[in-house]
Design a protein around this ligand. Structure first.
Ligand SMILES: [Zn+2]
Ligand SMILES: [Zn+2]
Ligand SMILES: [Zn+2]
Ligand SMILES: [Zn+2]
Ligand SMILES: [Zn+2]
Ligand SMILES: [Zn+2]
Ligand SMILES: [Zn+2]
Ligand SMILES: [Zn+2]
Length: 468
């Protein structure tokens, strides 16, 4: 027994989530086992995100790989040269000492992920501003929610051709170009800051490769002449906020390299009591509350932590990983969907010019298959069962309703009569009087339990014979 278990572990160990129990199906699923191309569980047909997935090293490598060769790579530890950067996940444990009447109460909370900022209280405040059920506190539904969203929003097969099913060389090439393009143009990580810290601070022209570390600080009164009076960090002190560790920013500023003079709108004008409103809900930010900035969007836009969501699914962008396109924030999945059709069979984006559209969904030609037995359905009769196509034999075996008269399943194309919870073939042999066998198609009838009668007489006769 033990050995058998071990073997199963070893053979499936390379797959993310292998063996994880299904949260929806509970005992009915033996554990997650990846279908060879569908990206769902072979045992229960639920997605990976429905299973109790541990954040494995594989999964953190997935996020690391997403940011490989981007300006965000510095967020992720490079193990060795040429190796894939891994995603530390930034787990944080915070210990709060709360003085009570008699004693002190020490509470410690572990966040499975916290924004990577040096000021820990800012990070905690950010998390507290998220809906309670979405806060990634270890051991709570919020932590499960985050893991689900990592699987859902960042499909591995949207970035890694080797995770896709039998791509042609030209599809691989197109996919690589697609990945390169979104890394260059859209992908980013949110940046948590206090809006009041940003007053007087301009966006660095061109970013200067500072990436997620935020904009360079330029304090200036006029904007037309931003080369003068560079004071780094002073506003932060004035605002009563602890001085941030300057990560080499000051020197850049002193060199004056960032003073692109007169760039219109490049400066956030300073004004006493100026309010900032959230790009999503348009409501003002409260003083002291952190906001999320996205450098792809520009530092003139900011979001409430709970408003940093995908424009399509409206879910919180997991770990603040976003895709920016035409003024909108997307999660990875929905950015992909906005660029390419997605195959309803295998969940991959379609890079081939040839694909099928059926039932309002897109399919690789080779993936328009029966959901039950995987046989190819092109040119075959199929039935949509809960939005999934199934072949006729599987329909008859697994889904068809039975005629209560002849006890045989009703063909998908056959006429059928439904009355209450019962079904009949709409044929004289099946839909008929239980007593005199007269066909009831198009006739008035009476029903008693599962029996049909043409008249009160026939019904009485049957009851009298004691076989209702
Ligand atoms: Zn399941
Ligand atoms: Zn399963
Ligand atoms: Zn908002
Ligand atoms: Zn989304
Ligand atoms: Zn497909
Ligand atoms: Zn089938
Ligand atoms: Zn029948
Ligand atoms: Zn009758």
């Amino acid at each position: 027994m033990e050995i058998e278990k071990e073997i199963k572990k070893v053979t499936l160990g390379h797959e993310i989530g292998a063996g994880a129990p299904c949260l929806k199906c509970k005992d009915k699923c033996e554990g997650f086992e990846l279908h060879f191309w569908r990206k769902i569980c072979r045992n229960c047909k639920c997605g990976l995100e429905d299973h109790e997935v541990q954040l494995t090293s594989e999964e953190s490598r997935k996020v690391g790989r997403l940011f490989e060769d981007t300006k965000y790579t510095n967020l992720f530890a490079k193990l060795k040269k040429d190796s894939v950067p891994t995603y530390p996940g930034n787990m944080v444990t915070v210990t709060n000492v709360v003085p009570t009447r008699k004693d002190v109460d020490i509470k410690s909370v572990t966040y499975e992920w916290a924004p990577p900022v040096s000021n820990q209280s800012l990070a905690v405040r950010y998390i507290e501003m998220l809906p309670k059920e979405k806060q990634p506190v270890a051991g709570t539904e919020g932590a499960i929610y985050r893991k689900k969203q990592l699987a859902k929003q960042l499909p591995e097969h949207d970035q890694d051709p080797s995770k896709c099913h039998e791509l042609s060389p030209s599809e691989v090439k197109q996919m690589q170009q697609f990945v390169k393009k979104y890394k260059e143009e859209a992908l980013g990580v949110g940046d948590v800051k206090l809006p009041e810290e940003m007053i007087n601070h301009a966006q660095a022209a061109g970013g200067g490769g500072q990436g997620v570390e935020g904009p360079a600080r330029v304090a200036s009164g006029t904007g037309a002449d931003s080369g003068s009076g560079l004071v780094a960090g002073s506003a932060a002190e004035a605002g009563g906020v602890s001085h941030e560790k300057s990560r080499g920013r000051g020197t850049t500023l002193a060199a004056g390299a960032l003073g692109t003079p007169g760039a219109p709108g490049a400066l956030i004008t300073s004004a006493e009591g100026q309010t900032y409103s959230c790009h999503h809900c348009q409501q003002p930010m409260k003083p002291g509350d952190p906001a999320v900035y996205a450098d792809r969007a520009g530092y003139d836009k900011l979001w409430h932590p709970a408003c940093f969501v995908c424009c399509t699914c409206a879910e919180l962008l997991v770990d603040m990983i976003y895709f920016w396109k035409k003024g909108k924030l997307y999660c990875g999945r929905h950015y992909g969907d906005s660029e390419k059709p997605r195959c309803s069979g295998c969940d991959e984006l379609i890079f081939s010019n040839e694909y099928t559209q059926a039932e309002g969904q897109d399919w690789h030609l080779k993936h328009f298959c029966c959901f039950d037995c995987d046989c190819i359905l092109a040119g075959e009769t199929y039935v949509m069962e809960k939005d999934k196509p199934v072949c006729k034999p599987c329909y008859m075996k697994n889904h068809a309703v039975c005629c209560i008269s002849c006890q045989k399943p009703v063909e998908p194309e056959a006429q059928r009569v439904t009355y209450g919870e019962h079904n009949w073939h709409a044929e004289p042999d099946c839909f008929r009087c239980s007593c005199c066998s007269k066909s009831l198609i198009g006739q008035r009838f009476m029903a008693m339990q599962s029996k049909l009668y043409c008249s009160v007489e026939c019904k009485k006769k049957t009851v009298a014979q004691g076989k209702p």
